[in-house]
Write a protein that binds this ligand. Structure first.
Ligand SMILES: [Zn+2]
Length: 695
């Protein structure tokens, strides 16, 4: 999984079922679901075949808040216990014998399945999708919250034939009966229940194959066809890097990627079926600032690290997130080059070092560690391990690790043992320093980077020279600048040292035509120097939505006499799928006195105010809330949308809305306005509003 922001939420306490169930082995599962979107209800039945290793008198299956209508053991009705969390079958069972249990149930999942767009009248925005990790698939199918129970799951789903249904495995059969269609999927290997997934919506798909022959299915909304190429760019290359670097072919039958609206994270690596946030569906211009490559590679790497070999518990979480992050970096190195790669490592090291300096360093085997630790420190640990062992030995070790533990659960200790065996080295020092210690080894990482990257080496030398040398700063910078061809280096020089640089120097930097450097120039705080006005104006035509947004804002603020001209130059630009440029433009157009007439302004205001509606994705809405809240004022509809946002399943967005509401209720007038809306709210929204207004 990869979060949009730092998150640790999914590391809920590990529920150890394995202790009680080590004498049972669940082998295969057949799940049939019939989903009713209007009532958000799932009617299902699931059959597990299992073997018993020792004499036992009961087995347990997790099932959250379900109505169980029938439970059968080997086809016969049987007594069971159920406390709304666990289903228990109490019967003496003998070793060596095979059993089959069937559960017929229905449920209205409060979490783990999300229904979007079914309550409005907007066509084609309806979706249903799942999130198992941290949310537990046992909310929609009796299954195992414990990651150690791996089962070969086959899903069959019946739904309205106007929609596309995607789930783990190979679609082997489908059948339409009147308006309903049944999709039957087949898996051939076992996996943990948290990796079960399905997604339903209006989709088209692009099919291709990896160079090793694996079918790749890239899903998209019909209206997004132009974004398919930039979004999925490099997908085949990423799979090639992963197969090459692990020495193990992609371990599942096919690989599907499905964008969904308002996803809880950036992406989730369900087996063969990655679900990701549709904010990553980008056009060619957006690709420059915000592309899917890293998340694409991260979730794909989990197909080996997490899905093929799975942690025993959260203290082994490095084996998932550290490894996925490390292999994603390798793919990015292949795609964006070494300079990009080493500077990214440099940034990660700087952040980790500052956390560590502030006493927030964590051990990689701490089950409650943050994502900075599991993802970034975790990736760094592997880089250093590879450096220490040598690339060939490291790769052999990884291959052997995956081969030995495929379709099983593993611990960090298992990994270290394999690496020690294949390298014939003792890894105690590595373990102490990288896996157990809480401090981040900054000297080791910095000397590695200096030795590996010339531009980082030059940058560190420049910094040293600037602190000790009496010579004019610009002279020193000029010398390093002329000798460097790294845009990563130059962009940092502008960001950090622009105050020491003359307009002549900055003008030269503009002329370089390097989009990264020009973006750093756009982001310099403060007024636009008169000599550089034409250069700043030229930024409005750069192929970067971040650059255009910064430049438009800066020019509008500091050159009031030319506001109309800048608005004309950027009219009709939209920007990212969050409409960053369009929304800023609307606000500035409303605020610019001599731009167009009052009717036009009223239309612009109407458009901007409408962007808080649940019709739009959470990023569009959050930008709208913040622009309207800071500069204009909320309409009644905006307030209703804000209360709606405060109960949204995406926690970052929900928390944002809650903070804004907390501020509003402190103001008596706004509090009264909110109180008057209660009649128009849905139950959940009303409950939340009552809570904060009464407090
Ligand atoms: Zn991940």
């Amino acid at each position: 999984m990869k979060g949009l922001f730092l998150l640790t939420l999914f590391l809920l306490p590990y529920l150890g079922l394995s202790q009680s169930q080590q004498n049972v082995d669940f082998l295969k599962s057949q799940i049939s679901l019939k989903i009713a979107a209007d009532s958000k209800r799932i009617d299902g039945n699931v059959t597990y075949s299992f073997k018993v290793h020792k004499k036992i008198d009961s087995i347990f299956i997790d099932a959250q808040k379900m109505q169980l209508s029938r439970v059968l053991l080997n086809g016969k009705k049987i007594k069971f216990s159920y406390d709304q969390k666990k289903l228990g079958i109490h019967k003496k069972m003998k070793p060596g014998k095979s059993y089959e249990i069937t559960v017929v149930y229905s449920c209205k999942p409060k979490q783990a399945v999300y229904f979007l767009g079914w309550e409005d009248t907007i066509p084609k925005n309806e979706q249903i999708w799942t999130q198992g990790q941290g949310k537990y698939s046992s909310h929609w199918v009796p299954s195992f919250d414990d990651m150690n129970e791996k089962v070969e799951f086959d899903l069959s789903i019946t739904f309205d034939s106007n929609y596309e249904v995607v789930a783990n495995g190979n679609l082997i059969f489908s059948e339409v009966k009147e308006t309903m269609k049944t999709w039957v999927f087949d898996m051939q290997n076992p996996m943990s229940s948290y990796l079960l997934a399905f997604a339903i919506g209006t989709y088209k798909k692009l099919e291709t194959r990896s160079s090793s022959g694996i079918p790749l299915y890239m899903y998209y909304y019909p209206e997004d066809s132009l974004n398919v190429e930039p979004t999925y760019r490099h997908t085949k290359e990423i799979m090639q890097v992963l197969e090459e670097e692990t020495g193990i072919s992609y371990p599942w039958q096919n690989y599907k990627q499905i964008p969904v609206r308002d996803f809880l994270y950036a992406g989730m690596e369900n087996t063969g079926t990655t679900i990701f946030s549709d904010a990553f569906m980008v056009d060619s211009t957006a690709f420059f600032d915000k592309n899917f490559v890293n998340v694409n590679a991260h979730e794909m790497a989990h197909q080996w690290f997490g899905n093929l070999v799975t942690e025993v518990d959260a203290s082994d979480h490095w084996l998932h997130e550290g490894f996925a992050s490390y292999y994603a970096l390798l793919a990015e190195k292949e795609i964006f080059g070494s300079d990009y790669y080493f500077w990214k490592l440099f940034n990660m090291a700087q952040t980790l070092e500052s956390l560590s300096r502030n006493g927030q360093g964590q051990s990689l085997t701490d089950s409650k560690a943050s994502s900075a630790t599991f993802y970034d420190k975790g990736a760094w640990a592997l880089i250093i391990l590879k450096e220490q062992l040598g690339a060939a030995i490291f790769k052999n070790g990884i291959t052997s690790f995956l081969n030995t533990f495929q379709y099983q659960n593993v611990t960090v200790e298992n990994f270290i043992e394999i690496m020690e065996a294949s390298s014939e080295q003792n890894l105690d020092t590595f373990k102490d320093q990288w896996l157990i210690a809480t401090d981040f080894p900054i000297e080791e990482t910095m000397s590695y980077l200096q030795a590996s990257s010339q531009s980082i080496d030059q940058f560190l030398k420049l910094q040293r020279e600037l602190t000790v040398s009496p010579i004019n700063n610009e002279e020193i910078i000029q010398r390093y600048w002329s000798a460097s061809s790294s845009s990563e280096f130059k962009k940092r020089v502008i960001t950090l040292y622009h105050k020491s640089l003359s307009n002549t120097f900055l003008k030269e930097a503009f002329l370089s035509g390097d989009l990264h450097v020009r973006q750093a120039l756009a982001n310099i705080p403060g007024p636009v120097p008169l000599e550089l006005v034409p250069e700043y104006e030229s930024l409005l035509q750069d192929q970067s939505y971040v650059t255009i947004e910064s430049a438009l804002y800066k020019l509008w603020i500091y050159l009031p006499q030319d506001r109309v001209k800048y608005l004309m130059m950027t009219k009709d630009m939209v920007g990212f799928s969050n409409k960053n440029i369009r929304q800023l433009w609307l606000l500035l157009a409303i605020l610019t006195k001599d731009f167009e007439d009052e009717n036009a302004k009223a239309r612009y205001k109407e458009e901007l105010l409408a962007y808080t509606s649940p019709y739009y994705n959470t990023e569009v809405r959050q930008i709208a809330f913040s622009l309207i809240g800071e500069v204009l004022s909320f309409s009644d509809q905006n307030l209703k949308d804000l209360v709606n946002a405060a109960v949204h399943p995406t926690w970052q967005f929900r928390n944002y809305a809650r903070r804004v509401l907390d501020g509003l209720v402190k103001n008596e007038v706004q509090r009264m306005r909110l109180a008057l809306l209660v009649k128009e709210l849905k139950r959940e929204e009303l409950e939340y509003l009552n809570k904060i207004v009464l407090e």
